[in-house]
Design a protein around this ligand. Structure first.
Ligand code: MFK
Ligand code: FAD
Length: 515
């Protein structure tokens, strides 16, 4: 057709095009490590734009389906996922997206390397980042609390780079009476002496990775003591234990699971999220009896950092896309990039992205140091544990709200085209939105922050104040700072101020470097 044709925004190698990411990595990684991992970060960014983009499009077009009955009306509950989804599993193994964190080749820096790679991989992963997050969390639980048998049989495969060995894990917590309030769990675990295992029955209301090989799940434990009255259980969350189960047996038959139905979701369409009925699922207990919530919290604390990483990755794509379009779209006689008001909008988005990426990697660096504690490396700081415990729920909440707000700004920056499905912004907006809900909603995580404050008698907050002393001049006097924090809003406001200050300092450094 004749007439105007818009100069098309081009895909970019995100790692090479984003000075913010490089600068954040420079802050946390020794030069030698950054030099060594950079080629891998460049190649994964290229992959996300090429094979990753093709696979993601296929996964979106051909969404998971459930074939519940065969032609003879026998219940089969066959979950049908695309070849593209299966291929993602293979790629995840080969690229070591879980393995890097556990091989610990770079000691405390391994987590930073892994999360940087995940950030660049995630846009091409078509939501496979979700099972990867849960797999990583499961690996951490088994590393901390698994028996040697669980480590040999399961853990080694969760962290394998061999696609033939690599397995993924689910995380089944949410039930119909309560997702936030898991103390209302109805699912029960009964000791089966004849099979020397636990037998689990109940109903799990959300299972994101229904094609996972194994799963971690919570269930209310029947008192295994032979002298206990049959069926005796404890109420609330103090009656729950953590279990590990194979989802299918070696022939692919479901292990006491019926797939009730697949969820019809607002976004994350490529992800096979299902409702599951459990009837005699064979499982092993992980960690102590009745410590289920505490034991599964190691997964929550990993997957919540993944949410931070995933939101940062989405924001990175939004800002790079918006800037690329602003270089090509002309309005009222000037490119968008030269229109002051548009520039102000983009600058604000850029600051949000920078602050979020600073915050995310600040937490990831701590996670890496804590995990290297297992190897007794000397550089671990004791303060990291309470600090990360305090900051993880805040990161999750803050990044999720920021990323969704930014998805709206990004859409608007593309004008009417932004609202078209073909630009992918609608999908990105729907997908990023879920981060406000899964792995804990905003208010539930706000209460988690208060839980940490109560449990540590304010020590975690004081540690934080100490850590940022000197960065924020008005807050130099720690005692004053602690006094000024009277509410959760104050706490969030100050943390936001801290990372926005980091982002501003970083902007100054970048400007000086480019001058
Ligand atoms: C790219 C991103 C991909 C991400 C993929 C995600 C896929 C989606 C998967 C899901 O959504 S899985 C379901 C996620 N579900 C949640 O996040 C549940 C949200 N609800 C909460 O977090 C509640 O606060 C909680 C379930 C923990 C409340 O349980 P309780 O038992 O009523 O709380 P309680 O009694 O305060 O805590 C029990 C113990 O756990 C306490 O320790 P003690 O018994 O020793 O005192 C707490 O300190 C401890 N605890 C709770 N949260 C903790 C924790 N410990 C460490 N870290 C935490 N986060
Ligand atoms: P509720 O807990 O009923 O929350 C409803 C509202 O009440 C929320 O606004 C919440 O903030 C508020 N609220 C709750 N408690 C309080 C309180 N004390 N004070 C103030 N407000 C409160 N779960 C899994 O276990 N495994 C999965 O794989 C999984 N995958 C998911 C995939 C998707 C796409 C989605 C959307 C969810 C998934 N979930 C999964 C479930 C998710 O973790 C829960 O939906 C979430 O934790 C909230 O629980 P709920 O749905 O029961 O809501």
């Amino acid at each position: 057709s004749v007439g105007f044709k818009q100069d098309v925004p081009q895909e970019q190698n995100v790692f090479l095009e984003d000075p913010v990411m490089v600068s954040v990595l420079e802050r946390y990684l020794p030069e030698k490590v950054l030099n060594e991992i950079s080629p891998d970060l460049i190649q994964i960014s290229d992959w996300a734009n090429t094979e990753g983009a093709v696979l993601t499009a296929r996964m979106e077009e051909d969404q998971p389906r459930l074939r519940q009955y065969d032609s003879w009306c026998r219940r089969v509950d066959e979950l049908l996922v695309t070849e593209a989804w299966k291929k993602q599993k293979e790629i995840a193994a080969r690229e070591g997206v879980v393995a890097i964190a556990y091989e610990r080749k770079y000691g405390e820096y391994s987590r930073i390397y892994q999360m940087a790679k995940l950030m660049l991989w995630t846009s091409g992963s078509g939501l496979y980042s979700c099972p990867i997050a849960m797999t990583d969390g499961c690996a951490r639980v088994l590393e901390l609390n698994g028996t040697q048998e669980m480590k040999d049989r399961v853990y080694t495969r969760l962290i394998s780079r061999d696609p033939k060995k690599f397995i993924t894990s689910g995380q089944w917590m949410t039930e119909r009476p309560g997702g936030s309030d898991v103390g209302r769990t109805e699912t029960q675990a009964v000791w089966d002496a004849s099979r020397n295992c636990w037998s689990i029955s109940g109903f799990k209301w959300f299972s994101s990775a229904t094609d996972a090989d194994v799963t971690m799940l919570l269930a209310r434990t029947h008192d295994p003591n032979p002298s206990a009255a049959p069926g005796s259980m404890r109420d609330g969350s103090k009656g729950l234990s953590l279990y590990l189960a194979n989802v299918r047996d070696e022939e692919g038959k479901l292990n006491g699971v019926r797939i009730h139905r697949l969820k019809d979701k607002v976004g994350t369409k490529a992800l096979p999220t299902a409702e599951l009925e459990l009837d005699g699922m064979i499982a092993q207990q992980v960690g102590d009896n009745y410590r289920g919530v505490k034991n599964i919290s190691a997964i929550l604390n990993i997957t919540r950092v993944y949410c931070g990483m995933g939101c940062t990755a989405a924001m990175q794509r939004f800002i790079l896309g918006v800037k690329e379009y602003a270089r090509r779209r002309e309005v009222f006689g000037a490119l968008l990039k030269d229109q002051p008001l548009h520039l102000a909008t983009v600058a604000n988005m850029e600051l949000q992205y920078r602050a979020t990426s600073q915050f995310t990697f600040y937490c990831i660096a701590m996670l890496g140091r804590i995990e290297s504690l297992d190897n007794n490396l000397p550089q671990v700081k004791d303060q990291d544990i309470p600090l990360l415990r305090l900051l993880t729920p805040i990161l999750k909440v803050w990044s999720a709200k920021n990323a969704f707000a930014m998805s709206q700004e990004a859409m608007e920056c593309f004008g009417g085209q932004g609202y078209m499905e073909e630009t992918g912004l609608g999908r990105a907006m729907r997908d990023v939105l879920v981060n406000t809900i899964w792995e804990g909603t905003t208010n539930v995580l706000s209460l988690d922050v208060l839980r940490v404050m109560a449990e540590t008698g304010g020590d975690a907050l004081n540690l934080y104040a100490e850590t940022i002393r000197g960065i924020l001049s008005p807050l130099k006097d720690q005692s004053q700072w602690s006094k000024s924090v009277k509410s959760l809003e104050d706490c969030l406001g100050l943390i936001s101020h801290h990372f926005t200050t980091y982002a501003t300092l970083e902007t100054r450094n970048l400007l000086e470097a480019s001058a």
